[in-house]
Design a protein around this ligand. Structure first.
Ligand SMILES: Nc1nc2c(c(=O)[nH]1)N[C@H]1C(S)=C(S)[C@@H](COP(=O)(O)OP(=O)(O)OC[C@H]3O[C@@H](n4cnc5c(=O)[nH]c(N)nc54)[C@H](O)[C@@H]3O)O[C@H]1N2
Ligand SMILES: Nc1nc2c(c(=O)[nH]1)N[C@H]1C(S)=C(S)[C@@H](COP(=O)(O)OP(=O)(O)OC[C@H]3O[C@@H](n4cnc5c(=O)[nH]c(N)nc54)[C@H](O)[C@@H]3O)O[C@H]1N2
Ligand code: SF4
Ligand SMILES: [Mo]
Length: 745
């Protein structure tokens, strides 16, 4: 609401007259972008609460968002950039000096080895707190001429982008979760992860939708918080989702439940698809996946006969086998059922802080998903629709020869705990000539860094909710027109010397005599050349990254509690009819995808696990955001990550809560603390990612925790487009550790 008058306004006035001022801003801890109120006393933030004036979120915030002050004021936070001495010790270094030294080393590397020797990795916190920095940093990399720009999307759910290319994409949004009669979730737990259902308050949102009669189907090896609410829960073995989708398509096509007219007009290859899914009988698939064939048929009928449907897969299944094939079948399922928006319908959540994407009721034809952009030197990988495969970056650093990567900048990421194959990653970090992390903490990765740049933290920089627009493009946005501008609410700590992420790279560009042109993320607006003699202010930068937005940023700025409802709706985006000359079709039978199905069909019947081995999956925890907000978080929150296993499995192994077990994959082993949990499917164990010591041969189960990254192998069953290897559904052997491992070694 524009002017929070009345009682609310008075309360604020009273508070402001006293010691406390309350500022409205955006939480930047995760992509959910909750509107929050930050109470400040004598320049120090003392409390964070959800902003009740915002109707979309209705006062929602989560524990880790509210506890971020413990993180913000952590004694471990870096108030100065750091330089590593040859002894390994870190010492503070001034902003000017650190930029001078790094620019000089960069100049030397560029002169000797060329631009490809310099790579950059954007982690999740780059998308969060440094969202407006990213385009500037990309401008810097363009200026030095390196193509080696990576981000965490290719170790997340890159198949979503690959599938859009291979299947083609409908140029109007699919049905949203808000309007769907049936919600089908494969391995996503939005009640904890806040991803997969519309941004906002996932709990009350789901209550409302279930009361309205929406039907929820969840496919997951763990009875998750979300699965508990499902009408139909398939507690599967990991790694069978492609087969399950193929079986569902088989039922839907055989029983003619799909949208025949939509298929006839817009989808090619249905007959080839029909034969490719023929071997996937519900009985064979259900036996392998460890579920009931009747439940599988029921899921297919529920989804296939709904007039509107929403289907999404989360990280679990995307990491358990080829995410591209999985997401491809999801895109095909959507098209077979015609669960997409038609001409004349309004787009419920058009982009707000970007120019509106045109919506037309016709396909964008399929396109290649590999063979463009930079050719990598391993596994025949190139760029893909989700970017350059990050799983190949460690090899690019380790592999000698022309083009070898010698310098790495990591912005808001933590490679040694997040990239698959820690043995390789750690070796790569040690092999670099120059490693720079931009991070408010000495992260696991920083242990190997030459320099750590201390950035401003979320509450110290203004922010916009552009990430919600990105999620909208993936079909999991707010579900309503929405945006918020969040001002900086705290000054930087006294005596600190910090650089915003973009400021650091701008400073390097100045020293290297380079000019930065800020590219537009969707290429819809011309790049903006920065004045290299005078940096923009943070507010000017936001104006640059929001240029041409459907709703001008200045309008959004006026709504301190968030721009929503009618005020955010205009200008509306309505789906235009297809061009009468349009001959494009979506492709339901991409040859490579059909070959994948054939291969999987060939192994139907041999997918079951034997009695003494386990399969390891991941899971998100409420109190953490990947490697952030856990170890440094408030008191009373455990630092390590236990391994969750079913009571029957615990009994079989002879272990109890707080015992230690060794978890060995074909690649490496870790030691973890046991937590017995009856939500786990027997035979499946869960361990959260982004934990563990920096060194790949050290165990620290009660401290840094156990690294799932160490158990993965970049060469294991990797996706041919994104390079993403098996990161979930990893076969492991568990054995009790009778002697507790000495902490730290
Ligand atoms: N085995 C396995 N591996 C996985 C996953 C899995 O499920 N299983 N998940 C994958 C997924 S989905 C992702 S997205 C990746 C995540 O991979 P990464 O993004 O590489 O890892 P994060 O732990 O999110 O790293 C965030 C870093 O940002 C820092 N940070 C915190 N606040 C700020 C800030 O304000 N500014 C800056 N500059 N830095 C900040 C933190 O200290 C931390 O070091 O991991 C992937 N790896
Ligand atoms: N609190 C919190 N929120 C987060 C994060 C966090 O670390 N903490 N991380 C953020 C990030 S970077 C991301 S990408 C999102 C991810 O969001 P989600 O994808 O929702 O992540 P998870 O909660 O790990 O859910 C993955 C589920 O997949 C299941 N699973 C594992 N393997 C398989 C399989 O083979 N098949 C099927 N069907 N299911 C399987 C697991 O049991 C688990 O329940 O969460 C984001 N939000
Ligand atoms: S859900 Fe995410 S954005 Fe919302 S309060 Fe929690 S951490 Fe912050
Ligand atoms: Mo992620």
């Amino acid at each position: 609401m524009r002017d929070p008058g009345g009682a609310e306004g008075r309360r604020r006035h009273e508070l402001m007259a006293g010691l406390r001022t309350v500022h409205s801003t955006v939480c930047q801890v995760c992509h959910n972008c909750c509107p929050i109120e930050v109470a400040v006393e004598a320049g120090r933030a003392v409390e964070i609460t959800g902003n009740k004036n915002n109707r979309h979120y209705a006062g929602f915030s989560c524990g880790k968002g509210r506890r971020q002050l413990a993180y913000h004021y952590s004694p471990d936070r870096l108030l100065h950039s750091q330089k590593r001495l040859p002894s390994g010790e870190f010492v503070p270094i001034s902003s000017a000096q650190v930029m001078d030294e790094i620019a000089e080393r960069l100049q030397g590397l560029l002169a000797e080895h060329g631009p490809r020797a310099v790579a950059l990795y954007f982690g999740t916190q780059a998308f969060q707190t440094a969202g407006s920095s990213m385009p500037v940093i990309k401008g810097f990399l363009n200026a030095i001429g390196t193509p080696m720009v990576f981000d965490s999307v290719t170790i997340d759910q890159p198949g979503k982008m690959v599938a859009r290319a291979l299947h083609g994409s409908w140029l109007a949004p699919a049905h949203t979760a808000d309007e769907a009669e049936v919600l089908l979730l494969f391995g996503a737990n939005p009640l904890v992860s806040m991803l997969g259902l519309p941004s906002g308050n996932p709990g009350t949102w789901l209550n409302r939708r279930l009361e309205e009669g929406a039907r929820l189907i969840v496919v997951d090896p763990r009875r998750t918080e979300t699965a508990r609410r499902a009408e139909l829960f398939l507690q599967v073995r990991p790694g069978h989702d492609v087969a399950i989708l193929a079986a569902m398509l088989r039922v839907i096509l055989a029983e003619d439940l799909g949208d025949r007219q939509f298929m006839a007009s817009w989808v090619d290859g249905i007959d080839r698809l029909r034969s490719a899914v023929a071997p996937f009988t519900p009985e064979a698939v259900a036996r392998n996946a460890g579920i009931d064939a009747d439940d599988l048929v029921r899921a297919a009928r529920m989804y296939g006969s709904a007039r509107s449907g929403f289907v999404d897969a989360g990280t679990g299944p995307n990491m358990a086998q080829s995410g591209s094939t999985l997401e491809y079948l999801i895109a095909v399922l959507r098209s077979v059922c015609g669960h997409v928006r038609r001409a004349g319908e309004a787009v419920p959540d058009p982009l707000t802080l970007y120019p509106a994407l045109p919506a037309i009721a016709q396909p964008m034809p399929p396109a290649p998903a590999t063979g463009f952009g930079e050719q990598l030197r391993v596994r025949n990988l190139t760029s893909c629709p989700a970017g350059l495969p990050v799983s190949a970056l460690a090899d690019e650093i380790l592999l000698e020869g022309e083009g070898q990567v010698r310098a790495l900048f990591s912005v808001g990421g933590n490679p040694v705990v997040a990239w698959p194959d820690q043995v390789r990653t750690t070796a790569a970090m040690k092999a670099l000539d120059l490693l720079v992390t931009v991070d408010p903490f000495l992260s696991n990765t920083a242990q190997f860094a030459d320099y750590v740049i201390a950035p401003r933290m979320p509450l110290e920089v203004p922010h916009v909710t552009q990430i919600l627009d990105f999620l909208q493009v993936l079909g999991i946005g707010p579900g309503a027109p929405y945006a918020q501008y969040g001002p900086a609410v705290l000054d930087v700590p006294e005596g600190s010397d910090l650089l915003s992420e973009w400021e650091f790279f701008y400073g390097l560009a100045q020293r290297l005599n380079l000019s930065i042109e800020v590219p537009h993320p969707f290429g819809m607006v011309d790049p903006v050349a920065l004045d290299m003699s005078k940096p923009p202010t943070e507010e000017e930068l936001l104006d640059i990254v929001c240029a041409g937005s459907r709703i001008p940023l200045d309008t959004v700025r006026q709504y301190r509690d968030g721009l929503e409802g009618e005020a955010a709706a205009e200008p509306r985006v309505v789906v235009a009819p297809a061009d009468p000359a349009c001959t494009a079709k979506l492709d339901a039978a991409n040859p490579e995808m059909m070959a994948d199905l054939e291969a999987i069909a060939g192994s139907l019947g041999s997918h079951g696990t034997s009695d003494d081995s386990f399969v390891l999956v991941g899971r998100r925890e409420t109190h953490a955001a990947n490697s952030s907000y856990n170890a440094k978080a408030a008191r009373g929150i455990r630092r390590y990550n236990p391994v969750y296993l079913n009571p029957a499995d615990a009994e079989r192994l002879g272990v109890r809560d707080d015992d230690l077990v060794r978890i060995a994959s074909a690649r490496a082993a870790v030691v973890a603390v046991v937590s017995v949990d009856d939500s786990m499917r027997p035979g499946v164990v869960a361990l959260s990612h982004a934990y563990g010591p920096a060194e790949a041969d050290v165990d620290d189960p009660w401290g840094a925790g156990a690294s799932t990254a160490r158990l993965a192998d970049v060469e294991d069953d990797y996706d041919r487009y994104s390079g993403q290897p098996r990161m979930s559904g990893i076969p492991v052997v568990l054995s009790p550790v009778r002697q507790p491992a000495p902490v730290g070694g």
